[in-house]
Structure formats: structure tokens, C-alpha cells
Write a protein that binds this ligand. Structure first.
Ligand code: Z57
Length: 855
């Protein structure tokens, strides 16, 4: 029910409208007010947690004011909106980002070099109240509603869409438990639940926005009075979806978008009173818990589909609630259905939300009474689908019997979509006997399976990959037949990007300020191509000195973190070699640690004189293994065991340290990434769709060692091949190499063989623990080509050592690289989506003053 204030009373509302603080003093006043009222504390019991809470609430108030205005503006202007559907949003911390995005304008008054509010007003304000801003920021728990790259990409996109004034909403699930926290105990990963909702000032419960979601039941078909076939989905059970909104501020704009996360709740409220009163207390509680289970936990798999029923329930729950919301908003506009796709663009982040295609068709058909073709035209104009992987084990398939039970009406509609689609294929290619079976949305297996990627392609108007190589690969391999059927224009590439606000300014404030001093202020944070102004400083002595000092300071900071978390002392002057990402065989952390062992053996075999010539190195790893992924867990175990042997070996000393950093997450990435000299992006060619940390590392003045895979290729094109260490076999040769392993002879690389011998001797603990890891390479086909690439990897690492000895040249390379990274802003990426897929325009707030940052 809408309740709007009548016109005559609106003046009073306008007069007393909340505006949030506008100065340091007002900010302090708000912090104190929140401590004393919202938190019911005082200056006599205000610890850092309370100060964090109060500062966040003050900023949240500001955001909500902006957020309301943005939403009103979007509603009144009646423009097209984007809805970004993602099961994962890996947001990290919000306060730092809110201070940066909200604060900028207020702080920039007279000085030509813009100062950031958080470094002035917020920091000073907090300091006057007795706190250090860094400590307050540290209090915040990461919002970790994602696994890895896919979830973090969604978060970067939200930041860019708001910053570019694009009317956009994110839709996701409000998991009670995000990705687990990782502890390392005796070298093994242990998973600890991530209960993050204790206190979360960044969400805004909307207890009035509740949607009933149906599961199970059956379908009844009948003819209505007009003789039309009608399908009714009846029975089953209802779960409620409650909306929680998270404001998403844009940088240097008042525009604040919304992220709506759904939480599940039992339909009968607290519990079923009828059951309760009849004495069936246990089952009434059980019903409630079963409902709440839907949004209880994020599935911790990255690049893996496990086909669990609860996961399908999550997907439908989230998709149905989101579509109900989107359709309701559209219906308020009183437009004709034919205009739906002029108002609404829905982007599917991977196949996880593909049911949205079926759900919209169901709403239009069963509830709104449209004809099939009319409905289907609307549906397929509305959706765009982004593919993020070619790995077969990650491509979603749902068993037909499971579907039939949980979503009987949806399964019927899928069969109908498939029928019309296959009829089209048959008309176009009548002579191709195998084609129908190959492209059918239903796989004729035992049991039959619904192929979600095929459904997503058939129901969308555009399909995109996330880096050039990846987009080419999907067109020539997994979706080849669909290119033939729909033509090549349906398939496109949008290379991923990252937000420079979080990944440069926030993570590396000193570097950002240094850059700002040379490229005319912080405008590069809005137009990252302005970085190219830096290139002329690549040989500037004074500049290089400052640049190198900042890198050193970032390394000192990471060294401190390493000391406090692992107890190991590392030398900040050593080369910091970092690989942080989810642990996966295709990402080849095993190759990295084998390389480290090879280095260790080399050092051990050297004379003291020879050792003196070596470049000291710290090998740093971080990342979570999916709890059921034994091989990944074994890799973590090996890294830790190698670390405990190497780190206490007196022969080695500072020449080599091996560190595994526990619980890699977004806020730790903000400390780790700015501290790298070299980072590793060494996936088997053709397996990493894009990678995005590669971009973050280079943007922070680190070089990379990598394979010709994902976005590494475009990074090379932009920064130049002299500034990157590429190695290994090419994607085009992978298939032949694998074939040779299985049917030809597979000679182990001799250096790798020596590494394996050492592992088998028990040098790094019980060899049995690592036999599967070694065996996968030696005896079971070496699917990820570790042995094939090992020699080239080792040689290239030697080139890294050589290059690092010339610090002056190294620094120049990093400056040149940063200067050429403009392309990888997620702003560029979002602009491409807006133009070529969504057809949406920015909606710029009118009350925007000139910021001095341009654009
Ligand atoms: C995930 O993090 C990615 C792809 C998936 O299919 C799933 Br499931 C999870 C990653 C890719 O592995 C990265 O290469 C890519 O950069 C990222 O998605 C964002 O596109």
C-alpha cells in the first residue's frame, strides 16, 4: 500500500528534511548523539567498537538521505534501470568506502588539490573524540557474501554503476553466514563459521517489503470460460522473503544506488501457532528453521557446481523475490507490457540466476495472461547473460526429477522453451542430425539434466565473456553451436575491470596522493586513462625515489602483519612474491610451491659465496580451499609444511621465506596487494576466464609473472611485453598436450622430478600426505600441465631475480605499467555494458555542484 503525504503538508516535510552532517563539527555531533542515544552509552564506556558503530551510523544516515533522493529521482524520471542479479557480493568493509565516496565534496573547498574528508574532517573529528581513524576502520567485519572473483566483480560493478550515475539495483541473498573464516591449525585449513550480522549498520531492514515464495506442489491445467488453456501452480509450501537494503554510494556524486538482499523467514511468522497450541512444538520450530535455512549460508565453492537441492531453493527464492519486486515496480508505471524491456535490463551474473528467465515467462503467461510469443519476446529482450568460466565442472546442471519436485511449473515452461527452440534449430539446420541433441536444454542422461547455460543463452539477447581470450573460447568451444544458430552478434566480450577507488585510493592512499600530485589531482579516480600522464615520470629521479619509498612502506606494513599473524620475521627489502586467490588446481598454486622447493634445493646446493649473489625472496600465499576440495587442502598443507622447514633452516636465512597468510579476504587484500613486487597469475592457459587481482597488483605498482591466460593477455597488450613476465604453453596447444599425456609418452620435467623425490623422502613431512598431489601429475595425466610448464616457469622466475637486481629499472617498469592501466577501470567496463548490452543512460543528479574533478 502506498501512503504519500498530501501536497499541502509537504512543505513541512521539506523544511525538516534530514540532510546529515555537512562539516566536521556536525559529524562529531552525530557520532556523540549515536553513542549516547542509539547505543545508550557515554564517554565513560565508549570503546573502539562503539566508536566504529557510531561513526558508521552517522555515515549511514548521510547515505540514506542521498539514497532516498536518488530513488525518488529515478522513479520520477521514469528512466530505464539495470538490475544486477548475483548470488555473491563480496563487498568487504563499508565505512572507509563511505567516507571516501560521501565525503569528498564537502572537504574540497578552497585548495586546488582536493583533500579527502576522511583524511580531514572524519579523521580530525574522530581524533578530537579520542580515536584514530585507522583503528576505527579496523573494527569493521568484512561483508563476505562471496567466494572470489565473481563476487568481488559484482561489488566493483556496484561501485562503478553508482559512480557513473547509472540507475541500477543489485539483488542478492542476505546470508547469515558468509564465506567461512579460515584458520590454519598444524598446517591444515580449518573452517570457522562467519557470523557477521551481530551488528551491521549498513543494512536497512524493510519489514514491509515481504514476498511469498512458493515451492513444491503441483500444476493443474484447465480451460477458462474463454476456452483458453490455463496452468495453475497449487499446493506446496510458502516461505517469506524479507528485503534488506544496503545503500551503495557513488564516488564524487550524490547518486546512491541500492543493493537489495533477501532473507528467508517462515510464512507463519515466529512459528506455526496451530501446531504450537496442539502441542507439536518441535515441528513448529523445525518448520521455522527450515525456512530460515534457505538464506542461512553461502555455498563455499568457487568454480564448482555440486547440484544440491538447497542451492536450487536459494536460487529460486532469490530470483522469485527479485522478479516480483521488479515487476511490481514496472506495473506502477502503468506502461504496456511491450515497454518492459525499455524500462528494465536484467543482467545474469553467471547461470546462478537463470531461473529468472523462466520466472518472468511464468509471470507474464500464468499471472498476466499474455500469449507465449508476446511474453517470450519481452523476456528475451530483457536479459543479458555473463559467462565466467569454461571449466566443465563449474557449468550448472540441475537434475530433472529434482526440478520436477521443487518447481513443477517451471520445468513445464523449460520444456516448452526447449521445444520452440529446437523447432527453430530444426527449421534452420534440417540436415544436422546430432545438432538437436547437442544444443538441447535438456541433456538426455540418466537422470535427465537441465543445462542452465543453454537456457541462459536461449533466453537472453546478449551473452558475454569477461576477457578477450575467454570470449573467443566460449564462441569456439562450449557455445560453438549456439554461435551458428543465433549468429555471432549475440556473443560479445566485456573485459573485466576493478574500481580504482577501493583498489588504489583506499588500499594505497600514499601512492594515490603521489599520483594525484602529478596528474592534476584525483580526477584519475573517475577517468583512469588520465594515469597516462604518469609515463613521463618513469625516469624522473625524484619521483622514482618517492614511488619506491611508498612500495617499501607498504612492504613494511605487510611484514608487520606477517610477524603478528605467523611469528615469522621477513625482510622488507627482499623480493615479495605473492599469490593470493582461491586455491584451485587450475590456478596452479602447486606449481608455485614446487618452484619454491626447487629454489630451496638450489640454495642448499650452493656455496656460501654463490649464495651471496642471490636475490632474497619472500614467497607469500593466501587463499581458501572449498571445504570438500581435498586436493586444494593438500596444497595448503604442503605450502605450510614447506614454510616450516625452510623458515627455520639456518643455511637459507633471509634468502627464502615461505608464508601462508590465513583467511585471505577483501580487507586483507587491501594490505597485501600494495606490498607486492611480483604476483603470480599462472593458471593453465585457457582456464582462468579473466582474473581481476592481476589488474589490482599492476595498478599498485607490482609486476606480474603469468601465463597467456585471461586478462593477462590484455594487460600485456596495454603495458607492453617488456613489463610482464610471461611463460608457459598457449591455450591453443593445451588440448594436444593433454592428449599426449594420455596416449603418448609423458616425460616428467627433470627439475620437477627432483622436487618430487624430495617430497617423497619426507623432507616436508609424511610423504603419504602428498602422494595424491604428486600422483595427479606423475601418474594421472597431469591435467593442468604442471610438468609441461615447469621448466619455463623456473626459467622465468630466474629472469625475475635478475630484473629485480636492477632496482632502478624495476621501478621504471612499474611506473610505466601503472601509467598504462587506465583500461582496467570497472568504469570503462560498466560503460561498455551500458552501451552495448543494457542500453541505459546515466541519470545525473541536478543538485550536483561542480566538484573540480571533472567528468
Ligand atoms: C568465480 O569466481 C569465477 C567464475 C565462476 O564461474 C565462478 Br562459479 C566463480 C571467476 C573466474 O574464475 C575469474 O577468472 C573471473 O575473473 C571472475 O570470475 C570474474 O569474472
Amino acid at each position: 500500500v502506498e501512503a504519500s503525504i498530501p501536497e499541502p503538508q509537504r512543505a513541512a516535510w521539506k523544511k525538516f528534511q534530514a540532510h546529515g552532517f555537512k562539516s566536521k563539527d556536525e559529524f562529531e555531533k552525530e557520532v556523540v548523539r549515536h553513542v549516547e542515544t542509539t547505543l545508550a552509552r557515554s564517554m565513560f564506556n565508549c570503546d573502539e567498537t562503539a566508536a566504529y558503530a557510531a561513526a558508521s551510523l552517522a555515515f549511514r544516515d548521510r547515505l540514506i538521505t542521498q539514497w532516498n533522493r536518488t530513488q525518488q529521482r529515478q522513479t520520477f524520471s521514469d528512466t530505464k534501470r539495470v538490475y544486477y542479479l548475483s548470488l555473491e557480493f563480496l563487498m568487504g568493509r563499508a565505512l572507509d568506502n563511505a567516507m571516501l565516496n560521501v565525503g569528498l565534496k564537502n572537504a574540497r573547498t578552497s585548495s586546488s588539490l582536493p583533500l579527502i574528508l576522511k583524511l580531514t574532517a572524519s579523521a580530525e573529528g574522530l581524533s578530537e573524540l579520542g580515536f584514530r581513524i585507522e583503528d576505527i576502520i579496523e573494527q569493521e567485519h568484512d561483508a563476505a557474501l562471496g567466494n572470489g572473483g565473481l563476487g568481488r566483480l559484482a561489488a566493483c560493478f556496484l561501485d562503478s554503476m553508482a559512480s557513473l550515475n547509472i540507475p541500477a539495483w543489485g539483488y542478492g541473498l542476505r546470508y547469515r553466514y558468509g564465506i567461512f573464516k579460515q584458520e590454519i591449525v598444524d598446517g591444515y585449513q580449518v573452517e570457522v563459521p562467519d557470523y557477521w550480522l551481530d551488528f551491521n549498520p549498513w543494512e536497512f531492514p524493510r519489514h514491509d517489503i515481504v514476498v511469498d515464495i512458493q515451492f513444491y506442489g503441483h500444476v493443474r491445467k484447465y480451460q477458462d470460460e474463454a476456452g483458453k488453456q490455463v496452468a495453475l501452480w497449487e499446493g506446496g509450501e510458502i516461505v517469506k522473503a524479507v528485503a534488506y537494503d544496503v545503500p551503495i554510494p557513488g564516488f564524487d556524486t550524490q547518486a546512491t544506488n541500492n543493493l537489495r538482499l533477501w532473507s528467508s523467514k517462515a510464512a507463519s511468522g515466529e512459528f506455526d501457532f496451530q501446531k504450537f497450541n496442539s502441542g507439536d512444538y518441535e515441528s513448529s520450530v523445525a518448520d521455522q528453521q527450515r525456512a530460515e535455512t534457505i538464506s542461512a549460508v553461502l555455498y563455499p565453492n568457487d568454480n564448482l557446481d555440486r547440484g544440491k537441492e538447497l542451492r536450487l531453493k536459494q536460487q529460486y527464492f532469490w530470483v522469485a523475490a527479485s522478479l516480483y519486486d521488479i515487476v511490481r515496480r514496472f506495473k506502477k508505471s502503468k506502461r504496456a507490457w511491450s515497454e518492459f524491456s525499455d524500462q528494465v535490463a536484467i543482467q545474469l551474473n553467471d547461470t546462478h540466476p537463470t531461473l529468472a528467465i523462466v520466472e518472468l515467462q511464468r509471470i507474464l503467461l500464468d499471472q498476466e495472461g499474455l500469449e507465449w510469443d508476446e511474453a517470450w519476446t519481452i523476456v528475451s529482450k530483457t536479459f543479458g547473460y555473463t559467462n565466467h568460466t569454461v571449466l566443465p565442472e563449474a557449468l550448472e546442471k540441475w537434475s530433472v526429477p529434482l526440478f520436477q519436485n521443487l518447481l513443477p511449473r517451471h520445468l513445464q515452461i523449460i520444456y516448452e522453451i526447449n521445444l520452440y527452440f529446437l523447432q527453430l534449430v530444426e527449421r534452420k539446420f534440417p540436415k544436422e542430425r546430432d545438432l538437436l541433441g547437442r544444443v538441447s536444454i535438456i541433456e538426455e542422461s540418466q537422470p535427465k539434466m537441465v543445462r542452465m547455460a543453454y537456457l541462459a543463452i536461449v533466453g537472453s539477447h546478449k551473452v558475454n565473456g569477461v576477457a578477450e581470450l575467454h570470449s573467443d573460447l566460449i564462441k569456439t568451444t562450449i557455445f560453438k553451436d549456439f554461435v551458428k544458430i543465433f549468429g555471432p552478434d549475440k556473443f560479445t566480450n566485456v573485459t573485466n575491470g576493478i574500481t580504482p577507488r577501493r583498489w588504489l585510493h583506499q588500499a594505497n592512499p600514499r601512492l594515490s596522493e603521489l599520483i594525484a600530485s602529478k596528474v592534476g589531482g584525483l580526477g584519475f579516480l573517475k577517468d583512469l586513462t588520465l594515469l597516462n600522464e604518469l609515463e613521463k615520470y618513469a625516469d624522473d629521479k625524484e619521483f622514482k625515489k618517492e614511488w619506491a619509498e611508498i612500495k617499501y612502506a607498504n612492504k613494511v606494513k605487510l611484514a608487520k602483519h606477517i610477524k603478528t599473524t605467523t611469528g615469522v620475521t621477513v625482510n622488507p627489502s627482499a623480493l615479495f612474491d605473492i599469490q593470493v586467490k582461491r586455491i584451485h588446481e587450475y590456478k596452479r598454486q602447486q606449481m608455485n610451491i614446487f618452484g619454491v622447493i626447487h629454489r630451496y634445493l638450489t640454495i642448499k646446493s650452493m656455496t656460501a659465496e654463490e649464495r651471496k649473489k642471490l636475490a632474497p625472496r619472500v614467497s607469500i600465499f593466501g587463499g581458501k580451499a572449498a571445504p570438500g576440495y581435498w586436493m586444494a587442502k593438500t596444497i595448503i598443507h604442503l605450502i605450510n609444511n614447506v614454510g616450516s622447514v625452510v623458515n627455520k633452516d639456518k643455511d637459507v636465512g633471509d634468502l627464502l621465506k615461505v608464508i601462508f597468510l590465513e583467511d585471505y579476504n577483501v580487507s586483507k587484500a587491501e594490505v597485501i596487494i600494495p606490498a607486492s613486487d611480483i604476483s603470480e597469475h599462472i593458471s593453465t592457459a585457457g582456464t582462468e576466464a579473466s582474473g581481476t587481482s592481476n589488474m589490482k597488483f599492476v595498478l599498485n605498482g607490482g609486476l606480474i609473472i603469468g601465463t597467456c591466460d585471461g586478462a593477462n593477455i590484455e594487460i600485456t597488450r596495454e603495458i607492453g611485453e617488456n613489463n610482464i613476465f610471461l611463460f608457459g604453453n598457449l591455450a591453443e596447444d593445451v588440448e594436444d598436450l593433454r592428449h599426449a599425456h594420455n596416449y603418448g609418452s609423458h616425460a616428467m620435467d627433470p627439475d620437477l622430478g627432483k622436487v618430487f623425490e624430495e617430497i617423497k623422502k619426507g623432507t616436508f613431512g609424511d610423504a603419504g600426505a602428498f602422494s595424491a598431489l604428486v600422483g595427479a601429475i606423475e601418474d594421472h595425466g597431469d591435467y593442468y600441465l604442471v610438468s609441461d610448464d615447469f621448466h619455463s616457469y623456473i626459467q622465468t622466475q630466474a629472469l625475475v631475480d635478475e630484473a629485480y637486481k636492477d632496482q632502478d629499472e624495476w621501478t621504471s617498469k612499474t611506473i610505466t605499467s601503472v601509467a598504462r592501466m587506465g583500461f582496467f577501470s570497472s568504469d570503462r567496463c560498466i560503460n561498455e555494458y551500458a552501451e552495448s548490452i543494457w542500453n541505459v543512460e546515466p541519470l545525473v543528479p541536478e543538485d550536483e555542484g561542480t566538484s573540480g574533478l571533472g567528468k
